[in-house]
Design a protein around this ligand. Sequence first.
Ligand SMILES: NC(=O)c1ccc[n+]([C@@H]2O[C@H](COP(=O)([O-])OP(=O)(O)OC[C@H]3O[C@@H](n4cnc5c(N)ncnc54)[C@H](OP(=O)(O)O)[C@@H]3O)[C@@H](O)[C@H]2O)c1
Length: 287
Amino acid sequence: MNEEKLTLNNAVTMPKIGYGVFRMTDCIQCEEAVVQAIHAGYRLIDTAAAYGNEEAVGRAICRCGIPREELFVTTKLWITDTSYEGAMRGFARSMEHLGLDYLDLYLIHQPYNDYYGAWRALEELYAAGKVRAIGVDNFTSDKLADFVFWNQVKPAVNLVECNPFFQREDERAYMEKQDIQMQAWSPLAAGQGILFRNETLCAIAASHRKSPAQVALRWLTQRGIVPIVKSANPQRMKENLNIFDFMLTDTEMEQIAKLDTGHTCFAPRQTGQAVDEFLKKALQYRL
Ligand SMILES: NC(=O)c1ccc[n+]([C@@H]2O[C@H](COP(=O)([O-])OP(=O)(O)OC[C@H]3O[C@@H](n4cnc5c(N)ncnc54)[C@H](OP(=O)(O)O)[C@@H]3O)[C@@H](O)[C@H]2O)c1
């Protein structure tokens, strides 16, 4: 079992690796995968209202046989609910879907719409003990800095894309300075073969008798980042957890640092047109 934990800025402890369920739209498959992941040793489960599988995750949590307090459950507020009233409504809907009476971590999924208003609601839910920690998702450092400056409760977590090809070292350092825990989504570049075939990662993996995936996940944890990794395959679920029995050397960390491209592995969202298109799609999610 994976007992590795770290402490957030509000003293709540969180596992050092999590299991994510993005793109698991088949609810039966998702429920089975989450039960298997928990049995493999994952204790942090990451879902979102927009993933459409909170009910499946909730059923898995209910039947997995592990006490609720040993699990760390994250869900996220979608853009269409990102306002004060929307967040109250979205939280209630997510809790009903999950079948839970408290949440461990509630994140604002994207920095769009009225995320300052939504934060007021999250602060109230946090003060009322309905959620143990609140945070943000996909906030670049400039947005995060402004957000921290004007709010009372500092986000405990910021979840952003991070993997050996998009390392975000400046942003990691800024979050560390602010005592905001960085989590990494798509830590394996969403399974794109380039990561598993990369010469540097393969060579380091061979020298430790590990896989390139394990090296990428270990590299994140050695930078103090919590990977949120997805696999529907029970063997790979276990493989991805088995990263706490080896250390990458300073030289290996430097070799991996050289793989950074400085760019997202997905479609960038830095132009008005890209955001326009993304927001139009965001309206189509059924929550
Ligand atoms: N907040 C956000 O904006 C956001 C965005 C994206 C993702 N996320 C979160 O982050 C989680 C992970 O991201 P992700 O699903 O995009 O990508 P990922 O975890 O980087 O990669 C998952 C892919 O890699 C494959 N894989 C996993 N372990 C492997 C291994 N050891 N060897 C070879 N292949 C392996 C999986 O296939 P198999 O299933 O066949 O093993 C799957 O295709 C999501 O599920 C979600 O919870 C959040």
